[in-house]
Ligand binder design. Structure first.
Ligand code: NDP
Length: 250
């Protein structure tokens, strides 16, 4: 790996660590925490579509344009990555029941920037830096990482489905989610997403994969803590045994 690329990734991980500590103090204003004090706003659904589109497209383009010979492992990594972002940018937004809800443009732009950098790093690594030959398919990292990734996808999608079905059409309020991993934690959708990208980092055994997993934790762990606090403030009978984001721990 070229030194400039390696240094850039370490710097990007440094920014993730700073972001993590910032988000522990400042609540990111979208979804239930949205506010109109962060400047101009945009439709919530449109924001999801715009901000989550670049990543998958970038990875796909860089892998196809890349000069590293393409074998099954890279095809699988790119395929899983693109499927995740197809769900997040095309399938997920119209399913949200957030009629009329808005999000500050600054959130949309920061997410676009975050996705552009992550997508470029992962796409460049897969397309131009590292050749995974087919023997990688039998490595413990590939097998273990893929299982962890799929477990994360299952938890994330199951939890998203429960949340998206809580509201009847036209409703905008909040309810106490039940079922699936909600029995243990307030935010299994965030937990699943973190597991997913840890799995991706393991199966690619790569620095860009690790950076993306760290960034996902930096974004979602503070958000889950904020959600957990919100539930306790809003619902006096909120299940006391339910942790925020890591079962039995946090
Ligand atoms: P939330 O849990 O905040 O919201 C998900 C959806 O469910 C929203 O439409 C929300 O409505 C609705 N909802 C949530 N809780 C309730 C409730 N108690 N009652 C009724 N409706 C509810 O998820 P996020 O917006 O944080 O994230 C959405 C997805 O994107 C997740 O799967 C997450 O993992 C992923 N994500 C990934 C990131 C990454 O860095 N990789 C960063 C951010 C998100 P409303 O919007 O009105 O609150």
């Amino acid at each position: 790996m070229a030194p400039w690329f390696e240094i850039s990734i370490y710097a990007w991980i440094g920014v993730a660590v700073i972001t993590f500590f910032t988000l522990l103090r400042v609540t990111a204003p979208y979804g239930r925490h949205t506010t109109n004090t962060w400047g101009p706003m945009i439709s919530n659904k449109l924001s999801w579509m715009i901000m989550e589109s670049p990543s998958g497209l970038l990875v796909l383009s860089l892998v196809l344009l890349g000069d590293v010979p393409l074998h099954w492992p890279t095809t699988i990594f790119a395929g899983l990555f693109v499927m995740h972002y197809f769900n997040r940018s095309v399938i997920f937004p119209p399913r949200t029941r957030t009629a009329g809800k808005k999000v500050p443009l600054v959130i949309t732009f920061s997410a676009i920037f975050f996705n552009l950098v992550n997508g470029s790093m992962i796409g460049y690594y897969l397309g131009f830096v590292h050749e995974y030959d087919n023997s990688w398919l039998q490595s413990p990292q590939m097998i273990g990482g893929l299982l962890v990734f799929l477990l994360g996808v299952y938890i994330n999608v199951q939890s998203d489905n429960i949340l998206l079905n809580l509201r009847k059409p036209g409703e905008t309020g909040y309810k106490v989610p039940q079922g699936g991993m909600f029995s243990y934690i307030s935010c299994p959708n965030h937990f699943g997403e973190m597991i997913e990208w840890i799995g991706f980092a393991i199966m690619t055994w790569s620095l860009p994969g690790l950076a993306f997993a760290i960034w996902t934790i930096a974004n979602l762990l503070p958000r889950a803590l904020d959600h957990h606090k919100f539930y306790h403030q809003k619902f006096s009978s909120y299940p006391a045994e339910r942790k925020a984001v890591i079962p039995f721990m946090l």
